[in-house]
Design a protein around this ligand. Structure first.
Ligand SMILES: Cc1ncc(COP(=O)(O)O)c(C=O)c1O
Length: 390
């Protein structure tokens, strides 16, 4: 695949005729039991490996094809493993590399459930978490102690969209022998190649843009050679597996990722730039727009932007923002993002290592594939009403 453009890789990746015949999108292989001709053959299938049917939990051609496709999208990666959700993928990656007594450095702008994973189960099992400023860059060196084992990044950050200096953090982490992890869900490997940027474990909620149609739950972790065995061992021992329907839908979604992401980017930027002109909006936090913390890192490291961003209202309180969101007709109200439809929700970021000084409440938008003019027409009266109510 070397030398081919990313959009060509999206179409070709993971398509192995020896696994799936000539079928372009492999069908849903459902399996628990796999029958062998003899006990010797059954024993020979151990340890389980992609390409050899062993037991349903260890995959079928449907999941192998998706795993291989995701690995091919991350040059330098050795393998991908699948999980029943993005949250499970983050847990699977962390449990693969942490031990009791370790310290984890976790970005302060991490997705809420990732923080809770650190603050509850990891803490109970003896892992301490130190949160750090998303804009810390090479300054992460000051936080590294004898017990520090890993650095977790999420770029851009949940709700506030700070773009981290991933290469600078990885350079320090590698020099100190630490494992590097990132939640790469916003950009996907199509817009940010995490392994090439020296990440060891790249986590993806396929629930979002890979599936792309708001109808599945799936997570993936793509790993370098150095950590691949630990990732697979933890996955197997923790009993993680992914449903074949969700793998199949994700593989189908992956093929159109380029066209969808580019339209999300175009529509999102049109709405974001319009919001910047509105008097009721204090700031728009969109990685591709100057003024977003770390925009220069986005411009240097990413090849595109997806459709998720936030804006800060100028004054008002949480109840005012909720009324604004309730009044929208085209934007849906609901969790998740990355589907074809637009969504709005009030964002209330948790911070323990840094302070957020916002001029008013924060609203997160996912801009979908509708006409951006229709989306702006939906937002305009809601903002006008906000201006007169606050
Ligand atoms: C940045 C980020 N990472 C991970 C997840 C978790 O994915 P899932 O909902 O598939 O568990 C989410 C979900 O919203 C997310 O926004």
């Amino acid at each position: 695949m070397k030398g081919k453009a990313p959009e060509t890789r999206l179409v070709e990746a993971g398509r192995r005729p020896e696994w799936t015949g000539g079928i372009v999108n492999p069908p849903v292989w459902r399996a628990s039991t796999v029958l062998f001709d003899s006990v010797a053959d059954m024993k020979a299938a151990n340890p389980p490996a992609d390409g050899t049917l062993h037991y349903g939990r260890n995959g079928t051609p449907t999941s192998w094809a998706l795993q291989e496709a995701l690995t091919e999208l991350e040059p330098g990666a050795a393998m991908t493993r699948l999980y029943p959700s993005g949250a499970a993928a983050a847990a699977g990656a962390l449990l693969a590399v942490l031990e009791a007594g370790d310290e984890l450095l976790m970005v302060d702008s991490a997705y809420g459930p990732t923080r809770l994973l650190c603050d509850d189960p990891l803490k109970r099992f003896g892992v301490t978490t130190t949160y750090y400023d998303p804009m810390i860059g090479a300054g992460i060196a000051d936080l590294i102690g004898d017990r520090t084992r890993a650095v977790f990044m999420e770029s851009p950050g949940t709700h506030t969209f700070e773009v981290q200096d991933v290469p600078a953090i990885c350079a320090v982490a590698k020099a100190r022998g630490l494992v590097t992890l990132i939640d790469n869900t916003w950009a996907t490997p199509h817009f940010f190649q995490a392994i090439r940027a020296s990440i060891d474990l790249s986590i993806l909620a396929c629930t979002k843009y890979i599936g792309g149609h708001a109808d599945l739950m799936l997570g993936a972790v793509t790993a370098t050679e150095q950590v691949a065995d630990r990732l697979e061992r933890a996955r197997r021992l923790l009993g993680q597996t992914a449903g074949p329907d969700d793998c199949w839908l994700s593989l189908r979604g992956l093929r159109t990722l380029d066209v969808r992401l580019r339209r999300h980017e175009e529509n999102g930027l049109k709405v974001a730039r319009w919001l910047q002109q509105q008097p009721q909006v204090a700031r728009v936090l969109h990685p591709a727009l100057p003024g977003c913390p770390g925009h220069e890192h986005w411009a240097r490291d990413f090849t595109g932007a997806s459709g998720l961003f936030s804006f800060v209202l100028d004054g008002g309180n949480a109840a005012d923002a909720e009324r604004l969101i309730d009044s929208l007709k085209l934007f849906g109200i609901g969790y998740s993002w990355g589907g074809f439809e637009s969504l709005a929700l009030p964002a209330d970021p948790v911070r323990t290592a840094t302070r957020l000084d916002l001029e008013g409440p924060l609203v997160r938008l996912h801009v979908g594939l509708e006409s951006p003019d229709d989306l702006i027409a939906d937002l305009a009266p809601a903002l006008a009403a906000y201006g007169s109510a606050t």
